[in-house]
Design a protein. Structure first.
Length: 283
């Protein structure tokens, strides 16, 4: 009997060791960028090291917004978040947590407030759809308050030695950043760039812009590249004549793909890295 107990105890020890080894191995497979480039996860010494080497911060301008039935509600944040992590991993800097509030078109009717795609959705033939609340859209913020928020972020960034901010995401949020960048740069001494065309020499081939539609081929391809587990094209209408609600741009059922998403993200990663290098070199 004692031998049996000893044998069982030995087996339990071996099984425990195997489980621990598997847990360690699984933990080692986690993306290292979530621990090394996200401001949230950095310890002070790690933060100092990254900012001293590359005083750049990246801000995903997200929302919680309907992006068709086939994409996650956080698509506006997820796209720049993953691109920024790739860039920061390659060239340096720190990635800020995504925002989830932002400005947009609003309309009040019969005591109800409608925002964004709830107002401007079309049937695919240019005809507007009736006003309707879209499930999961909970992001609207008055533009003056959004501008104040970004200004406060810049104030804190310059305190921490940040010299360049890359900000991009939700269309109206990005537009608001563009409109106020010159004033913010004068006020806080932090240069601001985005992923749309920054100047005449910053050329972007057709089809390779970043977040240039709404839940259509461009955004679907980008999200599909980074988060295939959260994309489900099959839930969109099978009839090509029935246009998906809240989708604006080329039909994602026909043109979207992970391969196209990779082409978009690789092109824009190289663009942003080039812009950062030019800024750091003083050009």
């Amino acid at each position: 009997m004692n031998i049996m107990y000893k044998f069982a105890g030995a087996m339990l020890c071996i099984a425990g060791a195997i489980i621990i080894s598997l847990l360690v191995a699984c933990n080692d497979t986690k993306p290292s960028h979530t621990e090394t480039v996200d401001w949230l996860y950095l310890r002070p010494a790690q933060f100092r090291e990254r900012v001293n080497k590359m005083p750049v911060a990246y801000l995903p301008l997200g929302t919680l917004e309907w992006h068709g039935e086939h994409l996650p509600l956080g698509s506006d944040a997820l796209q720049p978040l993953e691109l920024f992590r790739e860039i920061a991993t390659e060239i340096g800097g720190v990635v800020l947590p995504p925002l989830f509030l932002g400005p947009d078109t609003v309309l009040y009717e019969n005591g109800e407030m409608y925002q964004g795609m709830e107002i401007v959705s079309e049937d695919g033939k240019g005809n507007p759809l009736p006003l309707q609340k879209l499930d999961g859209s909970a992001y609207w913020q008055p533009e003056p308050l959004f501008v104040q928020t970004i200004g406060q972020i810049l104030f804190n960034l310059q305190r921490m030695g940040i010299r360049l901010l890359v900000a991009h995401g939700h269309g109206p949020s990005t537009v608001a950043v563009l409109k106020n960048s010159n004033e913010w740069e004068r006020q806080y001494g932090v240069r601001i760039i985005h992923l749309w065309q920054n100047n005449d020499s910053d050329t972007i081939p057709d089809g390779l812009g970043f977040q240039v539609d709404h839940a259509a081929t461009n955004e679907t391809s980008i999200v599909w590249r980074y988060y295939p587990q959260y994309v489900d094209i099959s839930v969109l209408p099978a009839d090509p004549q029935e246009w998906p609600i809240g989708v604006g741009g080329r039909d994602p059922r026909v043109h979207a793909s992970q391969e196209h998403g990779k082409a978009i993200t690789e092109f824009n990663k190289a663009r942003v890295i080039n812009m950062i290098e030019q800024f750091m070199s003083g050009n």
